[in-house]
Design a protein around this ligand. Sequence first.
Ligand SMILES: Nc1ncnc2c1ncn2[C@@H]1O[C@H](COP(=O)(O)OP(=O)(O)OP(=O)(O)O)[C@@H](O)[C@H]1O
Length: 269
Amino acid sequence: MRRSDDAGTEEDAMTEPGPLLRLEKIDKNFGPVHALTNVDLDVPAGQVTVLAGDNGAGKSVLIKCIAGIHRPDAGRIIWEGRPVDLRSPRDAAALGIETVYQDLALCDNLDIVQNMFLGRERVRHGILDEEQMEIAARDTLRSLAVTTVQSVRQPVASLSGGQRQSVAIAKSVLWNSKLVIMDEPTAALGVAQTEVVLELIRRLADRGLAVIVISHNMNDVFRVADRIAVLTLGRMVAVRPVAELDRKIVVELMTSGRSDRLAEAGGRS
Ligand SMILES: Nc1ncnc2c1ncn2[C@@H]1O[C@H](COP(=O)(O)OP(=O)(O)OP(=O)(O)O)[C@@H](O)[C@H]1O
């Protein structure tokens, strides 16, 4: 993606596609609390954008604006080059925006197929097309190399944390999402399961999806990110390719937002 500080050629400008999602000058207030102030962010397809920030920085509020849960008080959300008004999660889903929440991702009492098709069941001749749904669920898991699940008819309650995350992520692929947002996808996982989920996140980006991941874990951030966006006190203080950052800089940005690095790391990439 062309950086705003690059001059670029006229030809670049004509051939280079814009980001899948662009946030422009987003404000969100809750009474006197300025949760987001003047936030810009580009989210390109085929890349993992990690959203980092200290507690209360505004990460959840920002993804809720993208997921249609909160409406920004000011600013624009541009999807595939056009401004959109996301009035509900349904609006976001209709565009291909899928959010995988840490706790709410799946229903324990249902099996994998039922979870993957929940609310969007396939019906044939007036009855549920169980066979077709089962095949689609199995194919999707297989295409993502999710191989540890014994049967797609297993209740989700019997899955490990990593398997649950894998199923939740596979669900977004099944529904042809273009942008998958994940809130702390590895927070409750052990080392091996974390590895599986991080690999899966990379695979999503490699398939051309845009991915936004909220994470506090610096190991995960640097393992999975193509780009890191740092929010501090509701302001976007840096959005840079991962190669231009290290842990120390990110932690400084997260905690102070006023370090000397700020000037050189700030701005949209
Ligand atoms: N519904 C709400 N009503 C009032 N204030 C809110 C609401 N949601 C968030 N806030 C406030 O907005 C600010 C940003 O909160 P947010 O949950 O986005 O932080 P976060 O970066 O996700 O933090 P954490 O890492 O702790 O989850 C905080 O000051 C929070 O108290």
